[in-house]
Ligand binder design. Sequence first.
Ligand SMILES: C[C@@H](O)C(=O)SC[C@H](NC(=O)CC[C@H](N)C(=O)O)C(=O)NCC(=O)O
Ligand code: NI
Length: 146
Amino acid sequence: MRYLHTMVRVKDVDKSLHFYCTLFGLEEVRRIENEKGRFTLIFLAASGDLAAARENAAPCLELTYNWDSEDYTGGRNFGHLAYEVDDIYAFCQKLMDNGVTINRPPRDGHMAFVRSPDGISIEILQKGASLAPAEPWASMGNTGAW
Ligand SMILES: C[C@@H](O)C(=O)SC[C@H](NC(=O)CC[C@H](N)C(=O)O)C(=O)NCC(=O)O
Ligand code: NI
């Protein structure tokens, strides 16, 4: 068995690609336009996964855009997406400089959280940091500084 992708539904393709690609650094590897179903699927991969993702050999984020507007509510059971970065402070600073709120700042140098334009929670982990939190993390709070 292989993990293939996580799908999230998005309300605005341009806003989502600006956030996930321009700001967050993911790259589009595949797009499917379905006229009959009236939806678009856009597969995004992180730079470290790009070559493999292009061969369908690495996990992707699948954005689903339904052409006919829908309200996406509930989904409390969904937690977050997680990406590893080389320099969490520089990464978060770039996001903040471009208007993204760092909901959970990287005070500990390990972990930060932001949200996508659709409110999807995204965990940012420092490369090499321990994945086992020493204590329950503080709840996410909106702040612009750390
Ligand atoms: C390509 C493969 O990775 C898919 O996920 S296709 C699955 C399919 N997606 C859609 O029909 C997209 C439009 C639909 N209105 C939606 O919002 O999902 C599907 O079966 N989706 C149902 C689901 O619950 O994911
Ligand atoms: Ni899918």
